[in-house]
Design a protein around this ligand. Structure first.
Ligand code: AMP
Length: 287
């Protein structure tokens, strides 16, 4: 019997490509050599990866050309297609923000009433302003949105921002956010129902990588009598592992901690008697 392979649509261009391939690779998928072709077979899992435009991922999944897809949350919102989000992926984070030229008088999104807004997200913008009873003229553009005010096409824009540096360098000032976005895994509803075991396996592996990235494995030695003090500093996943050492009265403590907490934690562990402290990356974590 030939197995039916699953299909995952991913971006072939743009800023989501690199982190997406990184995630798939870290999850343990081994790709066959791909020479600019649209599809890449995964050797060790019954999965084909389809490389398409980030903008087209939602349509591929909706039309069941792909069972699953990775795209930006902003693009799902803009498509107005009702697809289940299987998991948020934590990268490609950005905001869809309204902005005006630095010297413009508008201070809030409500001040945009009666004005024209240029955007590559026209449906999201129309919906958002309509829901708030703010009447704006939406000018759809497919690119170069940030130059629209300078060209006299619009008084304001609605565009994606991450750091805000691009807007600032174009002389624009953000005045409010419409939505927050990050990369998401979406699924075709039929595939999620009919292939739930395969989907679950993939989601578990992707999730294990994402959870692992947020944490570190910390190992240290300490005098046994300092255990309570050290344990109080280590609010890990579960209680830490405590292992007796060859030297009487000494123990090793192993614990999982949040990556962001490591900075503050190490000096405190040291002050509480820990030595030989090692911080290791976690490749995968299934809690
Ligand atoms: P791209 O293919 O490079 O145009 O990127 C498409 C997707 O990347 C967007 O739809 C967003 O989901 C995401 N993204 C994350 N940060 C930004 C940003 N600062 N500007 C544009 N897109 C972003």
């Amino acid at each position: 019997m030939t197995e039916r392979r699953m299909t995952l649509a991913v971006p072939n261009k743009g800023r989501l490509v690199e982190p997406t391939l990184h995630l798939l690779h870290d999850a343990g998928l081994v790709f066959e050599e791909r020479d600019r072709s649209l599809v890449s077979r995964v050797e060790n899992v019954a999965l084909d990866v389809l490389f398409v435009r980030t903008n087209d991922v939602v349509e591929f999944v909706r039309d069941a050309v792909a069972d699953l897809g990775i795209t930006g949350g902003d693009l799902l919102a803009e498509s107005e297609v009702d697809l289940p989000v299987v998991r948020a992926l934590g990268y490609g984070r950005c905001r869809l923000a309204a902005a005006v030229p630095e010297d413009a008088p508008q201070r809030t999104v409500a001040d945009l009433a009666g004005l024209r807004i240029a955007t590559a997200h026209p449906r999201t913008a129309r919906r958002w302003f309509a829901e708030r009873g703010i009447e704006v003229g939406v000018i759809p553009l497919s690119g170069a949105v940030e130059v629209a005010p300078r060209l006299g096409l619009a008084e304001g824009i609605v565009d994606l921002v991450s750091s805000g540096a691009t807007m600032a360098s174009n002389g624009l000032r953000p005045i409010g956010d419409l939505l927050a976005s990050e990369a998401i895994l979406v699924g075709n509803p039929d595939a999620l129902r009919d292939r739930s075991d395969d989907v679950e396996r993939l989601v578990t592996m992707l999730g294990a990588v994402l959870e692992g990235r947020r944490r570190k494995y910390v190992m240290m030695n300490a005098p046994a009598e300092r255990l309570a003090e050290l344990e109080a500093l280590l609010p890990g996943l579960e209680s830490p592992s405590v292992i007796p050492l060859a030297h009487a009265g000494m123990i090793a403590i192993h614990a999982v901690v949040g990556s962001a907490d490591v900075w503050g934690l190490l000096p405190r562990l040291k002050a509480a008697g820990a030595s030989g402290i090692l911080v290791l990356p976690i490749e995968k974590l299934v809690a």
